[in-house]
Design a protein around this ligand. Structure first.
Ligand SMILES: O=c1ccn([C@H]2C[C@H](O)[C@@H](COP(=O)(O)OP(=O)(O)OP(=O)(O)O)O2)c(=O)[nH]1
Ligand SMILES: [Mg+2]
Length: 152
C-alpha cells in the first residue's frame, strides 16, 4: 500500500464487516475513500424509497476534522441512486457505525449486494466558529445583494 501523507484515521471493524475491504482510495489522487455495503443479504431499494445502509466501520476522527459521506457519481448517473442527505456529516465525536442514507431517484429497483461500493468518505478539516451576537457589521459593496444580484 502506498504511503499516504495525512493524519491517521483509526477505525474499528464490526462483526458484520468481516471479510470486507477497508474503505480505500481507488486511485492515488482520489478525494474520497470508497466504502462498501456491509449487508448480510442483498437488499432491494425500490424507486422513490430510501434506506440506511451499514458500512460496518466505526471511525475515530481526530478533533478538527470531519468525514463527509458523498454519493458516487456512477451510481447516480447509471441508477439514480444517491445519498439523500449529501454530504452526510460524520462528527469527530461520533462513535457509532457510519451508515449511508441511500435514496433511489431512478425508475428501477436497485439491488444492494454485500461489498458493493455505495458511497465515498471525504476526510476534511473543519473549524468551529465562536458565535458572537452583534449589533452591526462592517459595510461591503455587495451588501445584502444575492441570488443573481451581480447579473448573468
Ligand atoms: O450520512 C450520515 C450522516 C450521519 N451519520 C451519523 C454520524 C453523525 O455524527 C451522526 C449525526 O449526524 P447529523 O448531525 O447529520 O444528524 P442529526 O439529525 O443532527 O443527529 P444528531 O442529533 O445525532 O446530531 O449520525 C451517519 O452515520 N451517516
Ligand atoms: Mg447533528
Amino acid at each position: 500500500m502506498r504511503d499516504i501523507i495525512g493524519p491517521a484515521l483509526k477505525l474499528i471493524r464490526l462483526p458484520h464487516a468481516e471479510g470486507l475491504d477497508l474503505p480505500a482510495y481507488e486511485t492515488p489522487g482520489a478525494a474520497g475513500m470508497d466504502v462498501r455495503a456491509a449487508v448480510t443479504e442483498p437488499l432491494t431499494l425500490a424507486p422513490g424509497k430510501r434506506m440506511l445502509v451499514p458500512t460496518g466501520f466505526i471511525f475515530e476522527i481526530p478533533q478538527g476534522f470531519e468525514i463527509q459521506v458523498r454519493p458516487r457519481s456512477g451510481l447516480a448517473f447509471k441508477n439514480g441512486v444517491t445519498c439523500l442527505n449529501t454530504p452526510g456529516t460524520i462528527d469527530s465525536d461520533y462513535r457509532g457505525e457510519v451508515k449511508v442514507l441511500l435514496v433511489n431517484l431512478g425508475d428501477e429497483d436497485f439491488h444492494i449486494e454485500r461489498g458493493m461500493r455505495i458511497a465515498q468518505l471525504v476526510f476534511a478539516p473543519v473549524v468551529q466558529a465562536r458565535v458572537e451576537e452583534a449589533e452591526n457589521f462592517s459595510q461591503t459593496a455587495r451588501g445584502a445583494g444575492g441570488f443573481g444580484s451581480t447579473g448573468v
